[in-house]
Every structure is written in C-alpha cells, then in structure tokens.
Ligand binder design. Structure first.
Ligand code: SAM
Length: 280
C-alpha cells in the first residue's frame, strides 16, 4: 500500500521548507498542488526534478481522487501541497485524506509552516486552548452566525482574512465584543514586512483605518470573558446586527435568542424598541 503525504510548504520564507519535506517531494510519484507554476517554482528552487504534478484545488480535488487512489494502490507515495502552509488548513487536502483512509492507505504528513499556528503562538494571547475558525463567510446569515460563534467563544479564536475585508471584520468584531477585547493582527508572517500588531478592539479600529491593509493577515481574538447573563444592550446589539443584515424581525429575534441563550419574549420586547430606533 502506498502513502499519501501532506507536505507543509513555506508561508513566505523559503528557508522554512524542511529537509524531510524535500525528501518527501522528491520521492513522490505525484505531487498534487493548487497551482503547477507556483509549486513548480518551489521544486526548481530546491532542485527537485522529474516529479509529476497534478492540480488538486478546491474545484478539482474530487476529480483527482481516482488517480491518487490508483497510485496508492500500486504502492506509490503521493504528496499533497498547497500554495503555502499546511494542506487541509483552509486549503485543499481533506478530501484526498478521507478517500485514502477509506481505502485503507497510510496517510502521513511532513509538518511545517502554518500561518494560524504561528500567529497564535506569537500573539501573546492564551494558546493552550484555541479555535481555528478559518475564513468567515463574506456576507449573509452564515456570516452573522459565525461571527456570533467566534465572539462568544471562550477560547482564543484564530481567523484568516483577506486584506480588503480586514476593516469590515475588525468593525464587526468590535460591534459584537465591544472595545476592550484584545486582538492581534499578524501580517506577512515570515516575510520581509512581517508585523504583529497587538491591542484592544477599540485601538484596532483606529489602526486599520490608518492605512489600507495590505498583505496577508491572521486575526487572533481573545476569548470571551466568562459568561454572564446577557444585558439588554447585548440583545439590542445582536438585533441591530441581524436587522441590518436584512433579517426579518421574527428571524432576528429567534437568532439572537438562540445565540445569547435568552428567552424569546425578552428579545421580542426589545426588538420593538430596536425597530423603532432603526426607522428614526
Ligand atoms: N494552509 C495555509 C496555512 O497553513 O497557513 C493557509 C491557506 S489560506 C488559503 C490563506 C490565508 O492564510 C491568507 O489569506 C492569510 O489569512 C493566511 N496566511 C497565509 N500566509 C500568511 C502569512 N505569511 N502571513 C499572514 N497570514 C498568512
């Protein structure tokens, strides 16, 4: 039986590709990657030649399964890499892993760079227990639900974010958590312009407004304080957010009551005042 090997690659600094990663890539019958030009550049930088590459990105990973399973069944080793970092972390990899396990193949990894773990451990926020929540949905009810989950989470929360959406996300986090919660913005990790900004959400709003965010970012958010009974203001803020996102009053009441764990009639009574305020 062959082995499927997930190989972590640099998130910026080529010096982070491990000797074992080079060995795994050189010894593979096939390297599944998101972009053959990008991975080809990495391979040639390290003098890895003659290994076939095939695209397995978010659209084609499923279609690649049969070929990968055939190679594994023939006893070959197949490597999986992504454009940067650890495969399977907000990146392709998981579907190949599931398919290989289902067929009884060995699945292994060459661990290495991952922007989420690096940001977490240098954040200065509690790192023993944390939640990696990937990218937030861009809009709609799914975003509201995930924001509510992230901001009520007691453990440290790690998020990926695109630079052009950073201001919006920091603004949403501020609206939900208030100004005091600590946040860390880890930018361009392992690269020339690596920068780690630490402060409160109130300060973060000003910081991201100072200049247009550029480069790659990881957000690390302090966990929510021990749960106390939600105040009327918490409920009003939740309702305002839901209504502004286009929810009907009925669904806003239901979502907020569920998220905050409070009685629907209490939320409903407050919703009457919020709707009036929004119309004024
Ligand atoms: N699998 C990758 C990993 O293990 O880190 C993550 C892939 S995800 C598609 C890309 C996101 O990771 C970026 O939008 C950014 O949020 C984060 N990221 C990747 N490289 C980074 C870096 N050098 N500095 C900061 N964030 C980075």
């Amino acid at each position: 039986m062959g082995t499927l090997v997930l190989v972590a690659t640099p998130i910026g600094n080529l010096g982070d590709l491990s000797p074992r990663a080079i060995e795994a890539l050189q010894g593979a019958a096939l390297i599944c990657c998101e972009d053959t030009r990008r991975t080809g550049g990495l391979l040639s930088h390290f003098g890895i030649r003659g290994v076939r590459m095939a695209i397995a990105n978010e659209h084609t990973e499923n279609a690649r399964v049969a070929e990968v399973l055939d190679l594994l069944a023939g006893g070959a080793s197949v490597a999986v890499v992504t454009d940067a970092g650890t495969p399977g972390i907000s990146d392709p990899g998981e579907r190949l892993v599931v398919a290989a396990i289902a067929e009884g193949h060995t699945v292994s990894a060459v661990p290495g760079p991952s922007a989420d773990v690096m940001a977490l451990v240098i954040s200065g926020l509690p790192s023993a227990r944390y939640v990696m929540d990937g990218f937030l949905p861009r809009s709609g009810p799914e975003r509201a639900v995930r924001l509510a989950e992230a901001t009520t989470e007691r453990r440290t929360v790690v998020l990926y974010e695109a630079p052009h959406r950073l201001v919006r996300t920091v603004t949403d986090l501020h609206a939900l958590c208030g100004p005091a919660r600590r946040i860390v913005l880890a930018r361009e990790l392992t690269k020339l312009h690596e920068e780690v900004w630490r402060g409160s959400l109130g300060e973060a709003l000003a910081h991201v407004a100072e200049r247009e965010p550029q480069g790659e970012y990881v957000i690390v958010l302090e966990g929510a304080p021990a749960r106390t009974e939600p105040t009327d203001d918490d409920i009003r803020r939740g309702l305002e957010r839901e209504l502004a996102g286009g929810a009907s009053k009925k669904s806003a009441v239901s979502t907020v009551a569920d998220h905050l764990g409070v009685a629907k009639n209490r939320v409903y009574n407050l919703a009457l005042t919020v709707t009036v305020a929004a119309r004024q």
